[in-house]
Design a binder for this molecule. Structure first.
Ligand code: NI
Length: 178
């Protein structure tokens, strides 16, 4: 287990289409997820995708308990999601501020589908199938975007709503980068 360096926007590895995991419950997959957990925890993130630590595989982790950075956000269960697939339930979208460990120190206002079904597998290959909305749906869309090389600034509709966290939100915890 180790805290790994997080690649930052501009690194071509963040723009690649990640490969599906073909074998579950392997030592390599457990090690990858342990490193992702350590890295996310060390940086106080809400989620992390394997490509962010330079591994081009379809693995994301996310989870939010009581995070002072998201005081109004409902908790999101700690989840390891492998080979995910998303489907919006309807056309409803909403906009909210997002950050990313690969875009440190910044925030942008990003539209996301409000209501979503997602499926995939856990680390053992057991299927996961959830219907979610709101913040949970937003976190999943952000993380799964990383698997196809999409970073949240690419989804901002009005680039006037993109800037440095400490300028946009003076007084917010400066360590809050995701
Ligand atoms: Ni991100």
């Amino acid at each position: 287990m180790a805290v790994r360096p997080v690649l930052r926007m501009g690194d071509p590895l963040l723009l690649r289409q990640a490969e599906p995991v073909r074998e579950f419950d392997t030592p390599a997959l457990h090690e990858l997820v342990a490193d992702m957990r350590d890295t996310m925890a060390a940086l106080n993130g809400a989620g992390l995708a394997a490509p962010q630590i330079g591994v081009s595989l379809q693995v994301v982790i996310f989870g939010v308990s009581a995070n002072p950075r998201y005081p109004d956000a409902e908790p999101v269960p700690e989840t390891v999601l492998v080979n995910p697939q998303l489907a919006a339930l309807d056309d409803a979208m909403d906009e909210a501020w997002e950050g990313c460990l690969s875009v440190p120190g910044m925030r942008g206002l990003v539209p996301r589908y409000t209501n979503l079904v997602y499926q995939g597998f856990d680390i053992h290959g057991q299927p996961i199938h959830r219907t979610v909305s709101g913040f949970h749906a937003r976190v999943v869309q952000h993380e799964v975007d990383h698997l196809s090389g999409v970073l949240y600034p690419m989804r901002i509709r009005d680039l006037r709503k993109f800037g440095f966290t400490e300028v946009l939100f003076p007084g917010l915890d400066p360590a809050a980068d995701d």
